[in-house]
Design a protein around this ligand. Structure first.
Ligand code: 4NP
Length: 151
């Protein structure tokens, strides 16, 4: 089984959306997709209502997901760890114990813009447009990920 973890800061806006989108594209039992935040502000919370709404608009239900914090054991549990931005990247790498852990961590937008290390912008403090924008970025990246993993 290939296990993929989506990581952002709060685990209520970007990474639960990325989790829901990738799950919808990887329907076989050979894949497991989860998400986590580097911060501890929203542990146990459902996704932000704006992320739930944008997912619902595109036919996905992420309303039952629960926030959790990234921890070092995730390096053992997951094969690929996709981060949304450079701050997530730094925070996850700070917990890496060795080169093998580090090699699992990738910028999700590098799937569509190789080696650019672009950020998925944090939509938390903005309006609904930000969520639509993030949805489309993640949908494009997850399509590439799903196609590659299934081939
Ligand atoms: P996320 O967005 O990292 O995409 O889940 C955020 C959610 C909450 C906060 C920051 C970003 N916060 O500061 O509470």
């Amino acid at each position: 089984m290939t296990k993929i973890l989506m990581v952002c800061l709060g685990n209520i806006c970007r990474s639960p959306l990325a989790e829901g989108i990738l799950k919808s594209k990887l329907t076989s039992d050979s894949f497991f997709v989860d998400s986590a935040g580097t911060g501890d502000y929203h542990i146990g919370k459902n996704p932000d209502s704006r992320s739930i709404a944008i997912a619902r608009k595109h036919g996905l239900d992420i309303s039952n997901l629960k926030g959790r914090q990234f921890n070092v054991s995730d390096f053992d549990k997951f094969d690929i760890i996709y981060v949304m931005d450079e701050s997530n990247y730094r925070n996850v790498l700070l917990l890496a114990r060795n080169e093998q852990d580090k090699a699992k961590v990738k910028f999700i937008l590098n799937e569509i813009h190789p080696n650019q290390n672009y950020n998925v912008p944090d939509p938390y403090f903005g309006g609904n447009d930000g969520f639509e924008n993030v949805y489309h970025m993640l949908d494009e990246a997850c399509s590439v990920i799903a196609t590659r993993l299934q081939n």
